[in-house]
Design a protein around this ligand. Structure first.
Ligand SMILES: [Ca+2]
Length: 133
């Protein structure tokens, strides 16, 4: 991914569904993965709101490599690796629960849409390079 997005010239579209099959999305500009760090320059649009850290390089964290800015281990709390800052917000790599009872902070989370404990039915991250579009 870094080879196609390393000039911060990609867009990121996060598409998600909840458990009543409502579909929503968040669209970002200036997306890149630099080494293993995430960079996103701007939230462009989308009914799901903004759940990513903007304009900062964020190192990737896993449960055994805590690189987040929190005193906690965000990857452990959220059930999977991600570019965490202070936990909360987004966790696309959490556990997949077969239904939602709104009690799973370690599920698939996009906080600015359904909150910090609602594990979503689906989430896709779509990346495209916009330099030559
Ligand atoms: Ca930490």
């Amino acid at each position: 991914m870094s080879s196609i997005c390393n000039a911060r010239d990609c867009e990121l579209l996060v598409v998600m569904t909840d458990w009543v099959d409502v579909r929503s999305a968040s669209h970002y500009g200036g997306f890149s993965v630099e080494g293993t760090d995430l960079y996103v320059s701007s939230f462009l649009s989308g009914n799901s709101g903004d759940s990513l850290p903007l304009t900062v390089l964020v190192p990737f964290s896993t449960f055994d490599a805590d690189n987040d800015a929190s005193g906690s281990n965000c990857a452990s709390i959220h059930g999977g690796g991600w570019w965490y800052t202070n936990c909360g917000d987004a966790s696309p790599n959490g556990y997949y629960y077969p239904s939602n009872d709104n009690m799973h902070s370690d599920g698939i989370i996009w906080q600015s849409w359904q909150g910090a404990t609602y594990s979503l039915k689906s989430m896709e991250l779509r990346v495209r390079n916009t330099a030559n579009v």
